[in-house]
Design a protein around this ligand. Structure first.
Ligand code: AMP
Ligand code: ZN
Length: 492
């Protein structure tokens, strides 16, 4: 099976394959660790996670590199304000980023590359560009890339850059979206700022050079795929292409994947707009990590996702249905044999599911294929016509599903517990939803004891006491489910 993925560079769906016939070499732009990541950032990382998990499902080896931008204008500004070295300032957010990744079950790339640990590679690249007369040094000791040295500039974003001013410069990491300027490769030190003493002078790297240098360090001069959020297409990725291709005379990346934004009320979720939620915020409101994960991947990556709390509720319900269905499958006592209708439905679901993902990672259609099967299997079970071999066929499809979506297996308790711990440490307890607080007021052992007491009371036909315990648990956010195979409980 081959994944056909939209390629920003060619403007069409292209088959994604490793050029060397071995492993797909992919680079995805990572976070800038000046603060906690918001769910917009995580939408992008999650969609890349869908990509890597699907490639694994279809048997394609990958080598995935992600950078961490741990030096930039904002980091320097914030660490100066806090009066601490940048390494100390970013450490907290790097840890938080990995914790959030884990909570959302985002797999770790094979290689994480931190900007501050690759300064020599960046300096070498600037030197190479200087030797090619594509980089020049200004009076203050900064280095710029000369856009005029790269006539193909704009080929990724397809912007009309005809009004481009030769020699006009920009030195900040964030700048107007529509102006193409010579951009900073290396910034001379300003008083009090972190800097490195190097062959090209005392200073620090610009943002764009980072990704080029680190991608080439780990993946070679020509990558199979480069990914990031849609805002990075211009100028960041355009600049990466300009620097890399000028230095190597080779195509930098054959395939470019851009994840559309997560929006709130039609506007990009961003720190500067102030309209953002972090995964932690949502966990403290009582939403489960699995629901956040599903909501952020259920809308295919090439469609903007308008975030609402309803989308989290929908995701919670969908996961509930899947978990209940799987419990019913595993706990059910079925007659030996196979029901041809279910065998057919399972096979169709598996094909539709994989085809949907192979078609530009269409997660919405993939989900629909799975729910179609769940509906059919439930109906057949209700009629008592589900057979033992059907269970294996259906479970195999759910296994494929969870290999990419990873939400059926319930591992939600830990992220919530960690978020609560974090809220305590960072004086954010007022943000915790009351039900969530209540649900944490009993330990597992205390709940087990009450559940056992209720079972004993029911046996002794003391239904008043049994109800009393159920109500007490409900008030503390614990729900009890009686089933044929005994009593199960869970925190709301
Ligand atoms: P940053 O930490 O700002 O460098 O961003 C990390 C990643 O998140 C980049 O790939 C951005 O393109 C992406 N990103 C930022 N805001 C959003 C958003 N609202 N929706 C989706 N992706 C975003
Ligand atoms: Zn980048």
């Amino acid at each position: 099976m081959i994944l056909r993925l939209f390629n920003t560079l060619t403007g069409q769906l292209d088959a994604l394959e490793p050029a060397d016939g071995k492993a797909l070499r992919m680079y995805a732009c990572g976070p800038t660790v000046y603060d906690y990541g918001h769910i917009g950032n995580f939408r992008t990382f999650l969609q890349v996670d869908v990509l890597r998990r699907f490639l694994r499902l279809i048997g394609m080896p990958i080598r995935h590199v992600m950078n961490i931008t741990d030096v930039d204008d904002k980091i320097i500004r914030n660490s100066l304000e806090a009066g601490i070295p940048i390494g100390e300032y970013t450490a907290r957010y790097v840890d938080a980023f990995f914790e959030d990744m884990e909570a959302l079950r985002i797999e770790r790339p094979e290689q994480i590359a931190r900007a501050t640990e690759h300064i020599p590679q960046m300096v070498a690249l600037v030197e190479k560009l200087a030797a090619a007369k594509a980089a020049y040094k200004t009076e203050d000791g900064s280095w710029y890339f000369r856009l005029a040295a790269f006539p193909a500039y704009g080929k990724l974003s397809k912007k009309d850059l005809s009004g481009m001013e030769d020699g006009a410069r920009v030195d900040v990491d964030e700048y107007e979206k529509d102006s193409a300027r010579d951009f900073a490769l290396w910034k001379a030190t300003k008083p009090g700022e972190t800097s490195w003493e190097t062959a090209i002078g005392n200073g620090r790297p610009g943002w764009h050079i980072e990704c080029s240098a680190m991608a080439m360090e780990y993946l070679g001069e020509s990558l199979d795929l480069h990914a990031g959020g849609e805002d990075l297409m211009f100028p960041h990725h355009e600049n990466e292409i300009a620097q890399s291709e000028t230095a190597t005379h080779k195509q930098f990346a054959r395939h470019w994947m851009h994840v559309r934004f997560l929006l709130v009320d039609g506007r990009k979720m961003s720190k500067s707009e102030g309209n953002f939620y972090t995964p932690r915020d949502l966990l403290l409101k009582g939403y489960k990590a699995s629901a956040i994960r599903l909501a952020l991947i259920a809308v295919p990556y090439r469609r903007p996702f308008n975030f609402t709390f309803d989308s989290l509720v929908d995701a919670t319900n969908a996961i509930g249905r899947l978990r209940t269905f799987r419990a019913r499958l595993t706990a059910g006592a079925f007659t030996v044999g196979a029901n041809q209708a279910i065998q057919g439905a399972a096979k169709k679901a598996q094909t539709d599911y994989r085809d949907a993902l192979a078609n530009d990672l269409n997660t919405a259609e993939a989900l629909a294929a799975i729910f179609e099967m769940v509906r059919e299997a439930n109906t057949v079970m209700d009629r008592g016509l589900f057979r033992l071999s059907d269970r294996d066929a259906v479970l195999a499809v759910l296994k494929d599903f969870d290999a990419v979506f990873d939400v059926i297996e319930d591992r939600d308790a830990e992220p919530t517990r960690r978020a609560l711990e974090w809220a305590k440490e960072s004086s954010r307890m007022e943000d915790v939803a009351p039900e969530l607080l209540a649900a944490q007021s009993l330990t597992d052992e205390e709940i087990e004891l009450l559940v056992a007491e209720r079972t004993a009371a029911k046996k002794a036909r003391n239904f008043a006491r049994a109800d009393e315990i159920r109500n007490e648990l409900a008030e503390k956010g614990v729900v009890i489910e009686d089933s044929k195979d005994g009593v199960r409980w869970k925190r709301k």
